[in-house]
Write a new protein. Structure first.
Length: 278
């Protein structure tokens, strides 16, 4: 607390020169940290009563070394962050895909196909959509390693409806064909398995005819704004434009077998899923 009192003394000396207002609650702060005070009391009691056993209800301490699996994962994560090819910043707003897929697989015994990921896979050099996209949008969308720079491509089509339609005409057909192929393959390999297709364009794409159920997972608009600004740094104007370009909520709800509100936390969403699955 010495530093705090020095600041107060300094301000007191300067009060004739400046205008200020001290928050009096700072004067009420105790002079030491709670845990250090408890530790001093425990040590004093132990020395005075060496024959007494103490039941400790504090924060405790670790007693075992870190498990090998955790050490391996930590080393792997550090190695990934040290390599420009695998380096990544903050996790996506909904969590890393590998973790989400693991949860789905272990908690619900399901396999997930995400249409966005399929689209990205088909855009790598040599894949089905790559050549047509580069031919349509030019080499300016390419990174030095000849991969497609998706943020640059996204900015181009976001502000130009004609170019967006052109990109969709290239990618949607290929993505649809690939997903339908994977659905057929899954049916052969795991005829009794649970397959989940995650896509913003299920309605009207023909997928619904192949599904037993169509779930609509939505988020209240104000929450969508909050999450997109926090996770991707989007402006209100950009989010508004994105929402306006999407299919109307009523279209999804009219087709949905089940509707899930994803505006809350993860546990709330999981509870809704568990209730539906029974």
């Amino acid at each position: 607390m010495k530093n705090r009192l020095n600041i107060v003394d300094y301000l007191e000396r300067r009060k004739g020169d400046i205008m200020y207002q001290i928050n009096e609650n700072y004067q009420k702060l105790p002079g030491s940290y709670l845990f250090s005070t408890i530790a001093k009391k425990v040590n004093a009691f132990t020395q005075a009563n060496p024959d007494k056993n103490i039941i400790r209800l504090g924060i405790g301490d670790v007693t075992q070394p870190i498990a090998p699996a955790i050490i391996e994962a930590l080393h792997k994560a550090v190695d990934e962050m040290a390599d420009p090819a695998t380096f990544h910043g903050y996790a996506p707003d909904l969590g890393y895909d590998f973790l989400r897929n693991t949860i789905v697989k272990n908690d619900y015994q399901a396999k997930v196909i995400q249409s966005d990921h399929v689209a990205h896979e088909l855009m790598v050099p040599g894949a089905k959509s790559y050549d047509a996209i580069v031919q349509a949008f030019g080499n300016e969308i390419l990174n030095e390693d000849q991969t497609i720079n998706r943020p640059i491509l996204g900015e181009i089509v976001f502000h130009d409806e004609t170019k967006l339609s052109l990109l969709n005409s290239i990618t949607h057909k290929n993505v649809d064909e690939e997903i339908l192929s994977r659905i057929d393959q899954f049916g052969k390999e795991e005829p009794e398995g649970l397959l989940v297709i995650e896509s913003a364009l299920l309605v009207g794409a023909g997928y619904e005819k192949r599904f037993d159920q169509l779930w609509y997972i939505y988020t209240r608009e104000e929450v969508r704004y909050e999450r997109l600004k926090a996770s991707r740094g989007y402006s209100d104007e950009k989010i508004k434009q994105m929402i306006e370009k999407q299919q109307k909520e009523e279209e999804f709800k009219s087709m949905a077998s089940n509707i899930i509100d994803n505006s809350g936390d993860l546990e709330d969403t999981k509870a809704q899923i568990i209730k539906i699955l029974g």
